[in-house]
Design a binder for this molecule. Sequence first.
Ligand code: NAD
Length: 355
Amino acid sequence: MKIAVLPGDGIGTEIVAEAVKVLNALDLKLEMETALVGGAAYEAHGHPLPEATLKLAKEADAVLFGAVGDWKYDKLERALRPEQAILGLRKNLGLFANLRPAICYEQLVGASSLKPELIAGLDILIIRELTGDVYFGQPRGRRTASDGLFPGAEEAFDTMRYSRPEVERIAHVAFQAARKRSNRVTSVDKANVLETFQFWKDVVTEVGTQYPDVALDHMYVDNAAMQLVREPKKFDVVVTGNLFGDILSDEAAMLTGSIGMLPSASLNASKQGLYEPSHGSAPDIAGKGIANPLATILSAAMMLRYSLNQEAAAQRIEAAVKSVLAQGLRTADIFSPGTTRVSTLEMGAAVLRAL
Ligand code: NAD
């Protein structure tokens, strides 16, 4: 099992180092190789995604990614900015399925802005299609309107579109993920208004007939946005398109209240994946040794589950994380009175002990 380790910028190097220690502590034959990405790669090689890094990522079974970006690169031309490395990896590896769990740990219930009873025990998985929809649909651009409400006026337009294979493959990811959980999928659409999402709904329903053991329901996106804050625990796996998924996955993430706890995975058709925390490179706290490494450690657990087929090892890591929280250990971002504040290194060491 070969893993490309790409720590990136800011707190990326600090948090990935802790996740690597955790992976090394498992009794698994993991081959890990590290490479530069993002701003760090730009500084050394003049490009955020150098050929050698891309080659390593392509040849690996999975990529463990920290975070990229720093405000000091904001003036670079777009193609050379650190964030382009993520887009390049997604494109080159064909990563079309983004998986973001939103789990609310018992001990962190107070961090949410919702009432404890609404989110205690929350465990949902948002699956977002990542390479299609209105974000990538062609044509797009600016022009002079030839029709519409204001002919002759300047206008801008994008194209929302999905092909059958694009919807089928993300639907399969959702149904298969549901089988590893509690066999329920909610497909989120806007079929009442959008042709694209009536088609989405029809195709997801067809794919669903291949999974008679998984219960499928459909929900309009506006209702889903409401239900996520009204009764989030009624969801299990939520599957949706790129635009709706972008918004709903951030909404779901905030239900848990702690960005430093949330892992994510982006997968391709052969289960090769890129695993990263949902947060960014946090330049404001980089180098201070206070970043929370748990989202990255939990991303490593997702990597074991979805790309390396090591469910037992994934569960061991998740149980270790729960155990350190139960011991009252907290990095600064999740600290509350009555708990013990620890550094990035101490949190990593505590997870190792719990393992
Ligand atoms: P951010 O997620 O980096 O930080 C937001 C806030 O959360 C900051 O106050 C930060 O200190 C805190 N935070 C984030 N992760 C934390 C952790 N693990 N432990 C403790 N506190 C944590 O978002 P931002 O500040 O908007 O962006 C900073 C940089 O990160 C930008 O250059 C942006 O482009 C980049 N970014 C990268 C990714 C990625 O690599 N996937 C994602 C988002 C943002």
